[in-house]
Design a protein around this ligand. Structure first.
Ligand SMILES: [Zn+2]
Length: 332
């Protein structure tokens, strides 16, 4: 996923005609951090993936899979296979056996009765299943690969490990608030799920909010996070018209909380400094019938961002930022 790559496929995002007035409300949540909440419409990228991000449209590069078991850059960029050693500090905490199970919904809390679906982007074993994940699935507007491998840091730490680790942290935080949380995958599948299924899981759970977690694979020097929101799509099985507005609200709240809690600046290469991007090419968003956003937490290919992404304490803040945004959205 270089900038021109995956997530962003749309290397030349266009300004969306929709600049929202909501901006003001959000800006209030994030004093000084996100100036000018404009919204970019990134049109065109491929991916699907799961996401956004790193999912590049294209396919999987099994040959470049890092020996660490990580995924190859799906986004196109391959991880440096040579340096497969992963600094200890980069190793995400291993989910405990209990963590990998869905915890029962908390009995009480402000989010009691609310359902949140967390979609950990990619799958650490996708690179071993090129045929399966390259199978094309229909996302309404077009056909795209079932899933992608995701990117990795230059040291070979895969995006899929990052996304699952943050998903576990976020699940714990949301359950403490009383929410019922479901993950689309929990390291318990040999590959995938495909992007259409990732969306379907949220739909069938009647999620009040859904979030797909990613990290990008852009060029060095490109830094920061951005939240991807669905644009209006009404084609084939895709109809996002009812979720565009609530998803935008969810996205703004998540971006605002993410900035505040992590202290991390919005992307310096997409979104015009707002940390917000709108896309109409992601299957995970196009096929969703529930409010949903993607978050690209940072750029794994940038050394400074990678230092954050591989830090457990930073990932905890990232999860906290997402959690606070979701809680704010769900409490209205
Ligand atoms: Zn990704």
């Amino acid at each position: 996923m270089s900038y021109t790559g995956p997530d962003f496929e749309p290397s030349q995002p266009r300004r969306s005609p929709l600049r929202r007035p909501l901006t003001v409300a959000v800006a209030a949540l994030v004093p000084g951090a996100l100036l000018g909440w404009g919204v970019y419409a990134a049109v065109g990228g491929p991916d699907d993936g799961d996401g956004g991000g790193s999912d590049r449209a294209g396919g999987v590069r099994t040959s470049s899979a890092p020996s660490s078991g990580g995924s190859a850059g799906d986004d196109g960029e391959k991880p440096t296979t040579g340096s497969s050693s992963v600094p200890t500090s980069e190793k995400p905490s291993k989910p405990s056996a209990s963590a990998s199970k869905s915890a029962p919904a908390a009995a009480s809390g402000p989010l009691e009765g609310k359902v949140v679906v967390i979609d950990p982007g990619h799958n650490t074993a996708n690179f071993q299943h090129a045929t399966e994940i390259n199978r094309k699935v229909n996302v309404g507007t077009h056909w795209k690969a079932c899933d992608t491998t995701g990117t990795a840091t230059n040291a070979g730490w895969p995006e899929a490990k990052f996304t699952l680790d943050v998903a576990h942290r976020l699940r714990t935080l949301l359950e403490k608030q009383g929410a019922t949380v479901k993950l689309t995958q929990d390291g318990d599948r040999s590959y995938g799920p495909c992007v259409d299924e990732r969306a379907r899981i949220g739909n069938e759970a009647h999620a009040d909010a859904a979030i797909s977690i990613h990290a990008d694979g852009s060029g060095a020097g490109n830094r920061g996070f951005h939240v991807i929101m669905p644009g209006p799509v009404h084609e084939g099985a895709a109809d996002t018209r009812d979720i565009v507005a609530p998803s935008a609200e969810l996205g703004k709240r998540v971006a605002g909380s993410f900035v505040r809690v992590t202290g991390t600046a919005p992307s310096n290469y997409l979104g015009d400094g707002t940390g917000l991007v709108t896309r109409t090419d992601l299957g995970g968003l196009n096929l969703s019938t529930v409010p949903k956003v993607f978050i690209e937490c940072g750029n794994m290919r940038d050394g400074k961002d990678a230092a954050l992404l591989t830090s457990g304490s930073w990932r905890q803040k990232a999860a906290q930022g997402m959690s606070e945004g979701i809680v704010s959205f769900l409490r209205g």
